[in-house]
Unconditional design. Structure first.
Length: 88
């Protein structure tokens, strides 16, 4: 549990740093490779509460196929300006 919390915290910390460094001009957040690609829980926890920053995860799409995707899949709601993708 502690390791998962730390992993999510660090991912969100770097995500926030990149959003600031890019001055909010971000087209997409892409989850790939291992955990990002295969864990719907990790993706949900990373994106949780970041609606105001333009990241809005569609939780029902995120959980399709038990959160494991065989092809490039868009997971955002379409309501915000930053797309969220899983690319296996």
């Amino acid at each position: 549990l502690l390791a998962k919390k730390l992993q999510v915290y660090r991912t969100r910390k770097y995500l926030g740093a990149y959003l600031v460094a890019l001055e909010g001009s971000v087209d997409a957040l892409v989850f790939t490779g291992g955990i990002g690609e295969n864990s719907h829980l990790h993706r949900r926890l990373v994106c949780e509460g970041l609606d105001k920053l333009g990241l809005q995860l569609d939780d029902s799409r995120n959980k399709l196929q038990d959160g494991r995707f065989a092809s490039n899949t868009r997971l955002d709601t379409g309501a915000k300006h930053i797309q969220i993708w899983v690319i296996p």
